[in-house]
Design a protein around this ligand. Structure first.
Ligand SMILES: C=C(O[C@@H]1C=C(C(=O)O)C=C[C@H]1O)C(=O)O
Length: 277
């Protein structure tokens, strides 16, 4: 029979754990004490929105780079997502509207992983319904899958126009095989103005005709077609392009590739994708 650990040593170890738990809890409460000052410094009352996706991805990248030891990255990532999303919530309450047309399970997993349980989760039957819910709110978020499939139509048209909701992030922030909430989703909100991240810019475009050369040409702009759908005999597409390329260049490249440039409308952006493992 293996020797039982000496009772005194176990008690000592548990005392250590209690000390660390208390220190972590006190640090979290201390993090909370900054919020009042942060609301004033950010002007959250005026804008109604406390989200700063650029700051969030920066925190998440440093967390992933620093991490080591026994605790899985999945766990620390989910803990920090809950901390950040809840600290955002206490600055300005919001709900997360989710498109569950592809099933509630993956969307609920994604919303809970990225925003925790304090933030209300509201399911909707389509991406359009999510966009309208966000458009009609003060500062809510919406999430839907990138790969909606052709039957979903050109849902991104609802993001076109001044004041309409825009894509502010692509989740998960830390991409890797086997991610526990790995469904790729776009996160939308009312426009964030100065706080928007534009490493990758998303454009909605409508084209009279489409040629496969255009797909190749987009590669030169670090770009890709995220989704497309036929609309009244034309092709409506959602394009993702490297933010360093100005819109005029994107239009010129598409024209050169033989695709009549319907005007491109910016419908949001997100950080450079960050992959580990
Ligand atoms: C605290 C802030 O507000 C939000 C919450 C964050 C956090 O808890 O770390 C980070 C970015 C924002 O989305 C901030 O802007 O710094």
């Amino acid at each position: 029979m293996p020797d039982a650990p000496a009772p005194l040593a176990l008690a000592d170890l548990r005392r250590e754990i209690d000390r660390l738990d208390e220190a972590m809890h006190r640090l979290l409460m201390e993090r909370g004490e900054i919020i009042e000052r942060l609301i004033k410094a950010k002007g959250t009352q005026e804008s109604g929105s406390a989200f700063r996706p650029g700051r969030e991805i920066d925190i998440m990248r440093r967390l992933a780079a620093r991490h080591g030891g026994l605790l899985p990255l999945d766990t620390v990532e989910s803990i920090w997502r809950v901390i950040i999303a809840t600290f955002t919530y206490v600055q300005a309450p919001y709900s997360v509207h989710a498109d569950v047309s592809g099933g509630d399970g993956p969307m609920r997993d994604s919303a809970r992983f990225h925003f925790g349980y304090t933030v209300p989760y509201m399911p909707h039957p389509s991406a359009e319904a999510v966009i309208e819910a966000v458009a009609g709110s003060r500062g809510d978020l919406g999430v839907f899958r990138l790969d909606q499939g052709a039957s979903a139509g050109a849902w991104w048209r609802g993001l076109v126009g001044e004041g309409r909701p825009k894509v502010i992030a692509r989740l998960p922030f830390i991409e890797r095989p086997g991610h526990p909430a790995g469904t790729p989703v776009f996160c939308i909100s009312k426009p964030l103005a100065d706080a928007a991240v534009r490493d990758v810019v998303l454009y909605a475009g409508r084209f009279e005709r489409w040629r496969d050369d255009a797909r190749e040409a987009l590669l030169a702009l670090d770009g890709e077609i995220v989704a497309s759908a036929g609309v009244q005999g034309t092709l409506s597409a959602l394009l993702a392009v490297g933010g360093a390329h100005p819109r005029e260049r994107v239009e010129a490249v598409l024209t050169e590739a033989g695709v009549g440039p319907g005007a491109l409308h910016e419908v949001g952006g997100h950080a450079e994708r960050f992959q580990v493992g």
